[in-house]
Design a protein around this ligand. Sequence first.
Ligand code: APR
Length: 308
Amino acid sequence: MITIVGAGRVGVSAATFLMVRELDDITLIDIIPGRAEGEALDLGHAASILGLSIDIRGSSDYKDMTGSDLVIVTAGFPRKADMTREQLLQKNADVIKSVGEAIKEYAPNAVVLLTTNPLDMMAYGLWKVTGFERNRIIGFSGVLDGGRLAYYISRKLGVSPASIDPCVIGQHGQKMVVVPRLTFVGGKPLTEIASTSEIEEFKKATLDAGRKIIELRGWSSNHGPGAGLAIMAESIKKDQKKVFYASVYLDGEYGVNDVFAGVPVVLGRRGVEKIIELPLTDEEKKEFIESVNAIKKGVSELMQILKL
Ligand code: APR
């Protein structure tokens, strides 16, 4: 069984993509009574219309995640205009604490995928709260950033995104590190087939993508994250061992310690089966370390809030 905690926009979008892939039965859980039940009923009707053989349940009780081998955490608050960064951190820290404790109690053997922002910090918090081995906590980041980068490259260069292998590492946020030299288009490095100004355009569009969606329609992205979560979940459930960019705990890899940051990993039944160390140049490494330092700064604030 797959449990999704947080039946908001991202959670429901993930449930929809998962449902059409018929991977496993789905339990949606939300803190607001009725919300997850209502979404599950609507999705259940959709599954019936499409003739899909999966069961979708909704609940407001964490106990109903019992028996899950995969828990996807999409609970949390998006930032409001009148909220400071600290207030958002405080609110989502509380969410991570209660959801983490529930996972530890009711799904102690599950692999956990997380989207709650600020992502790399929250992944660290969840790892601390659950006490799980590091391979079982995976932050959703580079699949979205890389997917967006591939989208913009594809539109400009006229190559399908399926033939583009984007490389975005480090923080999921303003300090993300786009690596054009390790972004491949039909096997060729982006640096060989796009001009410096085109590459800058791709980077900027990728960095601004989330904000642009909010500006246009008034709320943050959900279909991109939903789709990304579904393919990562599939690799875990079917033990496909595909490579994804995700925020994982680094313990010496890339020369950094005790931090969650985006790097390529192999995902399978045990969660993170392998961390892939990319051959970065000194300059790329420097950018990555700066990005990691920004995450570490946030993590120490979070640890104070969580008193861990
Ligand atoms: N337990 C369970 N559900 C919770 C909890 C909790 N402790 N706290 C909040 N929720 C639920 C809310 O009731 C809401 O239904 O999480 C859901 C969040 O949904 P949205 O507000 O629609 O937010 P969404 O756009 O889905 O984003 C969720 O993912 O991408 C990140 O930044 C985003 O942190 C945010 C998270």
